[in-house]
Design a protein around this ligand. Sequence first.
Ligand code: PEP
Ligand code: MG
Length: 897
Amino acid sequence: RQKQQKFVYDFTEGNKDLKDLLGGKGANLAEMTNLGLPVPPGFTITTEACRVYLESGAEPAALRDEVSAHLEALEKRMGKRLGQADDPLLVSVRSGAKFSMPGMMDTVLNIGLSDASVAGLAAQADNERFAWDSYRRLVQMFGKTVMDVDGDLFEEAMEAAKRAKGADSDLGLDAGDLKQLVADFQQIVLKETGREFPQEPREQMDLAVRAVFDSWNTERAKLYRRQERIPGDLGTAVTVCSMVFGNLGPDSGTGVAFTRDPASGAQGTYGDYLQNAQGEDVVAGIRNTVPLAELEGIDKTSYDQLMSIMQTLETHYRDLCDIEFTIERGHLWMLQTRVGKRTAAAAFRIATQLVDQGLIDEAEALQRVTGAQLSQLMFPRFEDTVADSGQVKRIGWGIAASPGAAVGKAVFDSYTAVKWSRSGEQVILIRRETNPDDLNGMIAAEGILTSRGGKTSHAAVVARGMGKTCVCGAEELEVDTKRRRLTAPGGVVIEEGDLISIDGSTGKIYLGEVPVVPSPVVEYFEGRMHAGADEADGLVQAVHRVMAYADRVRRLQVRANADNAEDAARARRFGAQGIGLCRTEHMFLGERREMVERLVLADTDTEREEALGALLPLQKADFIELFEAMDGLPVTVRLLDPPLHEFLPDITELSVRVALAESRKDANENDLRLLQAVHKLHEQNPMLGLRGVRLGLVIPGLFAMQVRAIAEAVAHRKAAKCDPRAEIMIPLVGTVQELEIVREEADRVIADVEAATGTRLKLAIGTMIELPRAALTAGQIAEAAEFFSFGTNDLTQTVWGFSRDDVEASFFTAYLEKGIFGVSPFETIDKDGVGSLVRSAVEAGRATRPDLKLGICGEHGGDPESVHFFHEVGLDYVSCSPFRIPVARLEAGRAAA
Ligand code: PEP
Ligand code: MG
């Protein structure tokens, strides 16, 4: 089978839709080649070859010959052989997976240089320094990534060479210095690995390809994939591309650019350019770049050509693209493009801009944003009046690389960031520049601050991808990671542990803690800001429009989980179409706890009835308020669910209190009874105990009281000519018999209230499906239920056998690390297990009762991925906490578009 497979594609062979096979980089290089853009010739080794290698430990047998054939064709085309001594063809070997993983995997440039060919390169380029600089880069990159030598050893040797020369950048080293450095680097390789740096060009290339394959499985790549939810078995493609050189002198250089501002979406010239440098220098922030606009003054022809290519790309991809390019002695070459990462705000703006430009339609616009981005926009930001008033000290100003407001304690290395955040501290990770090894620290930190690098530096790109606040390139700050301190102009010193605030939207950096204010997007949802109010910024306008697209196409309704009028009112402002879950237990807390205690302690019917009688008017008043806030919309009221002991004093505390009182001989009667009751109700695993419908069946009158309160509240609202739409929901049902008994009683109470008030109440009665048995017998349960609401919290708990209260703190980290699941099943619905029960219960329920209403009210109701699943299985609505409603609306729209 392997024989027929094709493992190598010339750049002229593929296209942008072959990302699975050629990786993003390979597919887009092919696309650009076929668009007629200036791409240096080359070929791509497929992800399939990588997968074979990763699974079997060896390259597929056919790969070598295929690579040879493509290499020969390339050599013929370029008129020189790889590593040819008098005029060497050099290639880059770069990783490129389906999903971009910036800086996570390996790349080696200048393959083909050796002690022999370095002279040929120097002669051809008529530039001795350039040849040795290229060779030094090869030995360094190859040594580090292919031969596993500690990269710091090369850095140190380089620093020593600069010091000896009194140079403050690598540009201060001349050909002789670099030649010496190559010798030093080769010595380092030999000493560290016991092997010589390989001189044979093809061997260099093959080893580099293998190293790229291997880099798929480095720890940092695995961590990044988990974070970004990228599947672990895709493998990476490898592009082999003929080298062009940005380090040939001042008429050469390399840069990174965006077709529009990735932070705001505004059209214009965005990017960084570095003269006389090679690829990785820009992203690594080794030297400070100049803004791309300055290229116009340096090399107008290349600049104009670049602008026109960027226009072509944007129209062709119908999206923001980012690109990497190199100018070799005035000749522009495109080295990479892809649909670019962007901030959340830019995603919304760009989606609507592209609709306005006629490049995409509304349905496509919905695919260009995500619920996760929307929730990022709902984060608060710094209070301008405090930030700008001088009440806090501004100590610097960097590049606004990834928006948000972050406050935390200064830390200067990833290890400390992780350690401190684990112990509950909020930290800001401060580095001169970040590299892929800082990933852990970046994840742990509230925000990231660097003193070097532009908008395309590693820190900026990765932080934007993670939705993390980042300020980069704050050049006036002196970061001393060794002594763990930062010095700002005017001699302000910030030590490890000092509080600082960074604003990723403005780039401002403050000493101390700046108070934060709500986001304009939240202000808009709250109705406190008009959609057109921010013309300059345009964000609210864009969100408003995208939400309208979503609302127009979505099939799923969105309700709120809310138990009081205030939350209900907010939910309604956020677009909720009703309440999907009112947890009545939340109405039994606070001062009312004692009333519940009395209910639990009741020995006689009279005592119990008195206790219930005291609760009834309070419950009724709660419901009236709730129905008022949701007038005209459905409100699903769930009868009492949690185990009763949750309303009682803690068993240990009470035991101690009673014991002390007894020893003082003044034990009080009520405490003694309470202790007895607490003992009786104490359960080893309360989640599987006396709760939900079981309470209703065991405590006479409890559910009847709640049903009466609901019915009377509805009658009250109807009498006031309003439109209450209550639904009564029974929790934790496992069998239809439970539901039937509760129903009978409820129907009786409702009939009673109808007779007494002379009003038809039309109260639907339904149940939660949150036990496996309920899901498995959904067909029977639907006989007695007018609606189902899936309680996916309990369903996840009972299907997996995980205690929802403890498990995330105990062994979940181990499970996540081992990849047993990529994300907690309490956060995103487990489609194969819990989800398949939901799916079959939907079918069985509807088979019994075609007009059965179906919803979900577990935490998954506000989780983007889960919303898509619930759309797909055909639910009528999702219900989630008020703040997640916009996200659920958006995702429901995206699922339907
Ligand atoms: C559920 O179990 O999913 C649910 C919504 O109920 P609760 O979280 O209150 O148990
Ligand atoms: Mg539940």
